[in-house]
Design a protein. Structure first.
Length: 254
């Protein structure tokens, strides 16, 4: 993805569903940098020649108030952060996050964890194997016999075949009993709470509407909205994705 001229390399990367008219995009300058990675509370490890991009133009992220300064690349590509750290024996090729609900009144950060710093849930942990379709994305198999789904924290709402999203099922005024949604992955079901299947506008701004938080697409993507309050573990050594329900606001930095 890099174009180099006069010892300067630039990039222009889009990701997600490229069939959509707008997809997340980042542009900037790439270089090699030295990283200092904490290994415990009092020590760091210096890592030379890490590929690092300084983005100066980020657009179409889809998130509210999306004036962002940085994008963290966690793809399976060799130049992704996790791949580079795994190659140097830092992360054991495992990482995890737990997305704090976007509309929580008390704003807390969502923590990215690696290797032994990842919690080990003992109950209700589900898993499904990754499909090695390409080197960039995280694909998992859906039990419909027709293919699979990507999981992508950089996509805001999940994408699904457009023929399934045009029915208005809720017409009763004041309706609150919103339906859940289950993705039947090979090896385990991914149950999405009804409140994370819908988007509610800000009534204080005079908008006053809600919609099902799905977008039509040419491919299925499990997006960040449907990953709220879920512990997601990417175990590349084990070749699997794991998940369990968790109150993500309780996940604090060590």
């Amino acid at each position: 993805p890099f174009r180099c001229h006069n010892n300067e390399c630039v990039y222009d990367i889009r990701y997600g569903d490229l069939s959509q008219p707008t997809t997340p995009r980042t542009k900037g300058v790439a270089s090699f940098e030295t990283f200092h990675i904490p290994v415990d509370s009092s020590h760091t490890r210096m890592i030379n020649d890490m590929i690092f991009g300084c983005s100066n133009d980020n657009s179409d992220t889809g998130f509210e108030n999306s004036q962002i300064s940085r994008i963290l690349g966690l793809s399976r590509r060799p130049d992704g952060l996790t791949s580079q750290l795994a190659k140097r024996g830092i992360t054991q090729n495992r990482f995890s996050y737990c997305i704090v609900p976007f509309h929580d009144e008390l704003k807390r950060p969502s923590i990215l964890r690696f290797r032994d710093n990842i919690p080990r849930p003992v109950e209700n942990l589900r898993s499904t194997p990754f499909l090695n379709i390409d080197r960039n994305h995280y694909y998992v198999e859906l039990k419909d016999g027709l293919g699979g789904s990507l999981i992508d924290s950089g996509t805001l709402v999940s994408r699904i075949d457009e023929n399934t999203v045009r029915r208005n099922a809720y017409q009763e005024v004041g309706f609150r009993d919103f339906a859940t949604m289950t993705l039947h992955f090979k090896g385990g079901d991914y149950l999405i709470d009804g409140k994370y299947m819908h988007y509610f506008s800000d009534e204080k701004k005079g908008e006053g509407y809600f919609c099902v938080a799905l977008s039509k697409s040419s491919k299925t993507i499990l997006g960040a909205w449907q990953q709220q309050n879920m512990r997601i573990i990417y175990d590349m050594n084990g070749g699997r994705l794991q998940w369990v329900t968790e109150t993500c606001a309780n996940d604090h930095s060590p």
